[in-house]
Design a protein around this ligand. Structure first.
Ligand code: ADP
Length: 485
């Protein structure tokens, strides 16, 4: 482990600027999914510690909301610099607890830094407006104000950059936050506390509490001092949090599950489609909410795609991620492997053909072979359920309308992808797909400059882009009368 990695690896909660343990002193282990060994421990906290963190955030908000946008942007630029200066250490920490290849971890830290820079810039552009008044002696003003204390609950698949998309706009808007990271990957979230300290962000602006998910989540949703809940994770937990937030009518933004289709039309550049398909499927071992869940290939190019894709899948190098030269690491845990096995067994039983892979990897643990299943049909479970693993089902279709209909036949609506070289088809299909994110001839499209968010049961609100900061701002209308005009 790099010396700097140790520096970022905090085994404590951050509450009001103090690194503290749970009241009970209880701790829980965090393991490296590549070898099952414990890399450290974090506090097993509950409602009491969370309430204290919320109080600290509420207190810090009273002064932080009065800072100027320029002051906040300056702090955030320091945070951005600190991240770039420490990419190696932050990436090592991320790979140790999450398992993704080191090059992907460095990519995640870098994109997280870019989100911080983007929101540092957006802080200065959170414009309100004046409106032509219908009254001669009154004036109308619309201004933006920070919502207040934000609760952020994050998943294990992008433990660093998912937070960049939440605390970036929160700090930019002048809000303070209480963060609850996923139990599997708390260290990358706690590292944000260290980065905040190094950037001179005042105590209490960023608070992190680790431990019991439902207790911490219960307090974050119950406590009236929390004004907004931002969540990334499963649709089931997201729905529950929305319900829990109803009693105190909190603003919510939700980045939930996906079931991304990836359509390859007969006029597509197949080699380019294969390249995009590999990135859109096997990145992070298939564990992203925008990962392709269903490949739809037009019948005349089906065999060509399957042949070329199989070759590319077989070229993926699987191995421990810290080695630095592997393309696919382990899955997050045993449960994730079992889910892939279940979906695979279901498909095989219903006539799916395993073209490559199809079993646990010889490295053991939670390593799984990159897998491709041809002859996929809509009665197979993965046509409805998120796979979240390195398994690519390939379906066949005949017409454009059929492809659109199959792609839309899901309650989810996060990312979708399609490959074509026909301009008219590009617009028809783009407008026909009910998704929040559309990649045309591209398999990876996330960037801070563009909004990221789903429709249907994939979520509410958007992160990033010009939209992102408004999730953290309330709108105030002021009418000034009696001006004697
Ligand atoms: P995943 O399947 O990606 O683990 P989850 O929705 O289970 O998705 O987890 C995402 C985040 O939600 C994690 O931080 C997890 O600890 C948290 N979480 C899970 N259950 C609850 C709950 N009852 N209340 C609050 N947070 C929860």
């Amino acid at each position: 482990m790099l010396a700097k990695t140790k520096h970022f690896m905090k085994q404590a909660n951050l509450i009001g600027g103090e690194w503290v343990q749970a009241d009970s002193g209880a701790m829980q282990g965090v393991t490296n999914p590549a070898n099952g060994l414990e890399i450290g421990q974090v506090p097993t906290s509950g409602a009491v510690e969370t309430e204290r963190a919320i109080a600290a955030a509420a207190k810090a908000f009273e002064t932080f909301k009065k800072t100027t946008a320029n002051e906040r942007a300056t702090m955030m630029r320091r945070m951005y610099e600190a991240m770039l200066d420490n990419v190696d250490a932050l990436a090592e920490l991320l790979t140790m607890e999450q398992g993704k290849p080191l090059f992907e971890a460095k990519g995640e830290i870098t994109i997280g830094a870019n989100y911080i820079l983007w929101f540092a810039e957006e802080a200065r552009r959170a414009y309100g407006r004046t409106v032509p008044s219908p009254w001669a002696d009154r004036r109308i003003m619309v201004t933006k104000e920070p919502v207040g204390v934000v609760a952020a609950i994050t998943p294990w698949n992008f433990p660093s950059s998912m937070l960049a998309r939440k605390i970036g706009p929160a700090i930019a808007a002048g809000c303070t936050s209480v963060i609850k990271p996923a139990a599997q990957t708390p260290f990358s979230s706690l590292a944000w506390g260290v980065l905040a300290e190094e950037a001179g962000i005042p105590p209490g602006v960023i608070n992190v509490v680790t431990g019991k998910a439902s207790e911490i989540g219960g307090e974050l949703t119950r406590n009236p001092l929390v004004k907004k809940m931002t969540f990334t994770g499963s649709t089931a937990v997201g729905k529950m949090l929305i319900r829990q937030c109803a009693d105190t009518v909190k603003k919510v933004s939700m980045e939930l599950g996906g079931n991304a289709p990836f359509i390859i039309f007969d006029d597509a550049d197949i080699d380019r489609a294969v390249e995009g398909a590999i990135a859109a499927k096997y990145r992070n071992s298939g564990q992203t909410c925008v990962c392709t869940n269903r490949f739809y290939v037009q019948s005349s190019v089906y065999d060509e795609f399957v042949t070329k894709m199989t070759k590319a899948v077989e070229a993926l190098r699987v191995g421990p991620s810290l080695d630095g030269n592997n393309d696919q690491g382990p899955l997050i845990d045993e449960a994730a492997v079992q889910k892939v096995e279940e979906l695979l067994a279901d498909a095989v039983e219903k006539g799916g053909k395993v073209v490559t892979g199809g079993a646990r990897h010889e490295l053991g643990g939670s390593f799984f072979q990159p897998t491709l299943v041809a002859d996929a049909t809509t009665d197979m479970r993965f046509s409805r359920e998120e796979i979240f693993g390195p398994l690519a089902p390939v379906f066949k279709f005949e017409s454009e309308d059929e492809a659109i209909q199959m792609a839309n036949d899901t309650e989810f609506g996060l990312a979708c992808y399609f490959y074509t070289q026909d301009l008219g088809r590009t617009y028809r299909v783009m407008e026909g797909l009910n998704y929040g994110l559309v990649g045309v001839n591209e398999g990876v499209i996330t960037t801070p400059e563009a909004p990221f968010g789903g429709v249907k049961e994939s979520g509410l609100g958007a992160e990033g882009g010009a939209e992102g900061i408004y999730e953290y701002l309330d709108t105030k209308y002021t009418c000034i009368g009696g001006l004697g005009l």
